[in-house]
Design a protein around this ligand. Structure first.
Ligand code: ASP
Length: 591
């Protein structure tokens, strides 16, 4: 039976009571965390968002009878004075660990069924079970911390943009398809049967319209929707910090975001991060790290050592270079002592990653060179390879040959795996980098046409404009990504504000005037009405919070996420709908 709260008012939270409160009568309201029944003495912990406080029931038989009924997750009110705990029961790990409440009255405000898992710091239950009972999972300390962190982060972001004169402006959720390259979630219109709204993949067009509208500086913490093929750590709906600035250069946008990150990290107690961030050319990122989101907590980088083999007797490598390929090497500091077994494992791993082969080289203890291709390549070429790779006496180099990009990607992947294994990716270090000068276009072999690498409103680099017709694939964009510890946490661009360039871009993307008009006509019209030069960025809020929280999955920083297969296990969504609803929408389900 539940009792009433009546006029009972909480005096303290379950995390607040300290030794200075000894003797005071208090009222605590919370959930029963754990019960230890010692017969004539019953201890239980009461928990709320703020912490845990120990309660002891003794002496009074009614009180003991009530305490005996208590089970985990019952909601209770505890009334009584604060006392010091006896020395044996002091818990130095708890902020409230030296005190307890001597219960004078216990009211069971609500009972609870047996929970499917215990609310605890660590839980070994499956993520599916956690997600099915998310409200219980959220009661646990880890999720409480993460959700509180999320609140703090969004607050800092709002305050930051407010102090920099930005306006937070909401943009529509029921809208028209936005060109971010994923599939849209569609919402059928009942009033206009047969027609559909699309949920925004991003507010891209609207934020540009806001610049045309003279809003000057816009931001929004906004939900975006992308119906992507299943990927481990993607959510169909996710949150972006969306930003757009009129009259801004790329450098101004970088500086703004650097300051935001600096403030954010300081505000959540992660210290002072180094700004400005390093800037890395997209082509250099690919060549040296095999990735457009390199993890720069580790200094290892791929070197081009093709020159070592151009005049060598090693026919295979020589031919690779002669036919436009490259020989690339990854030097591993201190790797020279690797055992034969470790070297064999690396070669095997390269095979698993799809490589035709992996060659290694190093200096032996006698100063002579050693290599898996010493015989065929000869001492001089191997020595020259080690020198070109900048290898020291203690180092090992791994060599891949073939298409330069493919070789760099293989070595880049090995770089990450080796760095991970050797503990070179310190989880407490935060290394940011801007990746700049992305290509404007990407060739899509399936449809045999170019697609926008970022989105079709991204401006080409001025000096590359003249190559738009002759060499579209080589044109670079004023597009940038922000990368933190190997994760892309944001991306943006300076936009096209000139209608003629915008039209030209649609042509390149094979979007004919009719299609452009029907998809983005309103936007093309707007461009004619005095569009200021502008640019912006969107930051992935979920990913940033996950990195700040030390979580690997963004699901752990979202209150009600979907599974990796885009299902809400708690609400049971997506789900069938009533046939009446379908009839009203003039839809038929074939499911
Ligand atoms: N709309 C882009 C995105 O969602 C970001 C931007 O260009 O500002 O990735």
């Amino acid at each position: 039976m539940s009792e009433q709260l009546k006029d009972l008012v909480r005096t303290h939270t379950c995390g607040a009571i300290r030794e200075a409160d000894v003797g005071k009568p208090v009222v605590l309201l919370g959930w029963v965390h754990r019960v230890r029944d010692l017969g004539a003495l019953i201890f239980f912990d009461v928990r709320d968002r703020y912490g845990v406080t120990q309660v002891v029931a003794r002496d009074d038989s009614d009180l003991l009878a009530t305490a005996k009924r208590l089970r985990p997750e019952f909601v209770v009110a505890v009334i009584g004075p604060v006392e010091m705990r006896s020395a044996e029961t002091v818990n130095p790990k708890l902020a409230t660990g030296t005190v307890e409440i001597a219960a004078g009255e216990i009211r069971v405000l609500n009972e609870a069924v047996r929970p499917p898992f215990q609310i605890a710091e660590e839980t070994s239950v499956s993520e599916d079970l956690r997600l099915r009972y998310r409200y219980l999972d959220l009661r646990g300390p880890r999720m409480q911390r993460n959700i509180q962190l999320r609140h703090r982060v969004t607050n800092v972001i709002r305050r930051f943009f407010d102090t920099h004169d930005f306006l937070e402006i909401e943009t529509p959720i029921l809208t028209k398809s936005t060109p971010e390259g994923a599939r849209d979630y569609l919402v059928p219109s009942r009033v206009h049967a047969g027609q559909f709204f699309a949920l925004p993949q991003s507010p891209q067009i609207f934020k540009q319209l806001l610049m045309i509208a003279g809003m000057d500086r816009y931001f929004q913490i906004v939900r975006c929707f992308r119906d992507e093929d299943l990927r481990a750590d993607r959510q169909p709906e996710f949150t972006q910090v969306d930003v757009e600035v009129s009259f801004a250069s790329q450098d101004q946008i970088f500086e703004l975001i650097e300051r935001l990150m600096h403030e954010l990290f300081a505000a959540v107690g992660l210290g002072s991060i180094e700004i400005p961030f390093r800037r890395l050319d997209y082509s250099e990122a690919l060549a040296r790290y095999g990735s457009d989101k390199p993890d720069l907590r580790c200094d290892l980088a791929v070197e081009d050592i093709s020159k070592a083999f151009v005049d060598s007797n090693f026919k295979v490598f020589r031919q690779v270079v002669e036919t436009g390929g490259a020989i690339r090497a990854l030097p591993i500091s201190g790797g020279g002592t690797a055992s034969r077994r470790e070297l064999d494992d690396l070669v095997a791993r390269a095979g698993e990653l799809g490589a035709a082969g992996l060659v290694w080289a190093r200096y032996g203890p006698d100063g002579k060179v050693q290599s898996s291709v010493l015989k065929v390549a000869g001492e001089a070429a191997v020595r020259s390879a080690l020198e070109l790779a900048g290898a020291g006496k203690e180092d090992l180099i791994l060599i891949a040959a073939g298409d330069g990009l493919v070789a760099s990607k293989l070595l880049g992947q090995l770089r990450l795996e080796i760095a991970q294994k050797r503990g070179w990716l310190d989880p407490n270090r935060f290394v940011f980098t801007w990746v700049v000068n992305f290509p404007l276009l990407e060739w899509d072999e399936a449809s045999r046409r170019y697609t926008a690498m970022h989105h079709p409103f991204t401006s080409p680099i001025d000096t590359d404009l003249e190559r738009l017709s002759s060499e579209p694939g080589a044109v670079r964009a004023k597009a940038y990504d922000l990368v933190l510890n190997g994760s892309e946490i944001g991306g943006g661009s300076i936009r096209i504000h000139d209608q003629a360039v915008q039209r030209r871009m649609f042509e390149l993307l094979n979007i004919g005037p009719e299609e452009a008009k029907s998809r983005f006509g309103f936007f093309l019209d707007a461009l004619e009405h005095g569009t200021p030069p502008h640019g912006g960025i969107a930051l992935g809020l979920d990913r940033i919070i996950a990195l700040l929280a030390g979580e690997t999955s963004i699901r752990d920083v979202i209150a009600f996420p979907k599974t990796a297969t885009a299902v809400d296990l708690m609400a049971g969504a997506p789900a069938d709908v009533d046939s009446k609803q379908l009839r009203e929408l003039k839809l038929r389900s074939n499911g």
